[in-house]
Write a protein that binds this ligand. Structure first.
Ligand code: AMP
Ligand code: MG
Length: 396
């Protein structure tokens, strides 16, 4: 049986980057940027006044000149017509290009105007180049503005717009099929009888996919019936990612491994030395599509999605650094097993770290409520003392 990191390495070894497509900037929010973006010119493109005020020559200030003759008013988007002579200034607006003969801006709050023509500086100090954003100080032409891959959040979209990128190269989203299984599992619109439970994992999995902006193309529930499962999974295998839930353990009615085999799915691994989620099975279809068969307990389903489905997505979206964040586990934790254990952790604002809380096992539908991440208690140590460093997979 594989250990967690071995299972992850298996997934990586067969994962291929998603294809790249071009979308309009207006549709790129939350997509994964595939190509880096370079600065097409200097940013700022000109010496830009950061204040409404006057622009002077610092040499005049050093000579003791405090009252200036207004030569011209420079607005954002227009060029100055005149150059400055000694004792002259421009009135200048925020966002305007500071003309070459001026080199320092004094904000209106520090100036008193005597009619339209004269401006008196009231502040004690003026520093050379003050309130002027220098051309190229953010980015020089040709600089790397945005590395890829990265998620296109609002700031990234804003920067791409500033760079004039109208069409954005992003990774194509894979299509996902979800198949839940189990005779005891009923739709949430149905009143369960006393031995039935609602299909909560369908909603959990849909939500996890939504957090990755993945369109769920097919979502089906099937009873523990070989023929029904065969039909549902054959249909599901047309999609890039197939997530099967339940029916993957060792019970008599757990048909998923057998049916996947019948459909020609090659097993990458079946069963992993982890808790929860040990029965997880990952395989690939002949066309390269990935199948993730995740155990049915809600916490096992969540944890194995985080560990394996997300690892696959991360890799196919081009990310090569680890998703795991080093963090402190603030409270002591001991374990009886010799496998990697995973559990919801809660960020503590008063301290720089996370705590874990006891729950009633992987069937506990409340275990992950309010969780900020999934903590990892490594297989090789029984005790994790207070404040020990651990690794956390952030939620969402
Ligand atoms: P299984 O992995 O099919 O052996 O199921 C393990 C446990 O998870 C059982 O208690 C199931 O009732 C429960 N379970 C299976 N599928 C779901 C589901 N879709 N939603 C919620 N719980 C489920
Ligand atoms: Mg079942």
């Amino acid at each position: 049986m594989l250990m967690y990191l071995e299972a992850v390495a298996k997934i990586r070894s067969l994962a291929k980057p998603f294809s790249v497509e071009t979308v309009p900037l207006t549709s790129a929010i939350n997509r994964i940027l595939a190509d880096p973006a370079l600065a097409d010119r200097d940013y700022p493109p000109f010496n830009r006044s950061a204040m409404d005020g006057i622009a002077i020559r610092i040499a005049d200030w050093h000579k003791g000149i405090r009252e200036f003759c207004v030569r011209e008013t420079v607005y954002a988007g227009t060029a100055a017509e005149f150059t400055l002579a000694e004792g002259e200034c421009y009135r200048i607006m925020t966002g305007a290009a500071c003309p070459p003969t001026a080199d320092s801006v004094i904000r209106n709050e520090d100036v008193s105007y005597l009619g339209d023509q004269r401006a008196r500086v009231e502040s004690k100090d003026v520093v050379h180049k003050q309130h002027i954003a220098q051309q190229g100080e953010d980015l020089a032409k040709g600089d790397l503005a945005l590395s890829a891959p990265r998620r296109c959040d609002a700031s990234v979209i804003g920067t791409l717009a500033a760079l004039g990128v109208r069409d954005v190269s992003v990774y194509a989203n894979p299509s996902v099929a979800i198949v839940t299984t189990g005779n005891e599992v009923v739709d949430i619109d149905q009143q369960p009888d006393c031995f039935q439970i609602r299909n909560s994992n369908q909603y959990l999995l849909r939500s996890l996919c939504a957090q990755w902006q993945l369109p769920v193309a097919l979502c089906q529930h099937v009873r523990d019936d070989r023929t029904a499962l065969l039909k549902a999974l054959r249909e599901a295998l047309a999609h890039h990612i197939v997530i099967v839930n339940g029916g993957v353990s060792a019970g008599d009615a757990d048909y998923v491994p057998r049916v996947l085999e019948e459909l020609g799915v090659a097993t990458l691994f079946q069963k992993v030395l982890i808790k929860p989620g040990k029965p997880a099975l990952v395989g690939t279809a002949a066309n390269g599509n990935f199948v993730f068969a995740l155990p049915g307990n809600p916490l096992s389903c969540l944890v194995t999605f985080k560990l394996f489905v997300e690892e696959y997505l991360w890799y196919c979206y081009g990310f090569r650094h680890t998703r795991l964040k080093k963090a402190k586990l603030l409270n002591h934790r001991s374990k009886k097993t010799s496998v990697d254990e995973f559990f919801p952790v809660f960020r503590e604002t008063h301290a720089d770290g996370y705590t874990w809380r006891p729950h009633h096992g992987s069937g506990d539908i409340t275990a992950a409520i309010g969780g900020d991440g999934i903590g990892w208690h490594a297989q090789n140590k029984r005790e994790s003392s207070a404040n020990e460093e651990t690794a956390v997979l952030p939620l969402p």
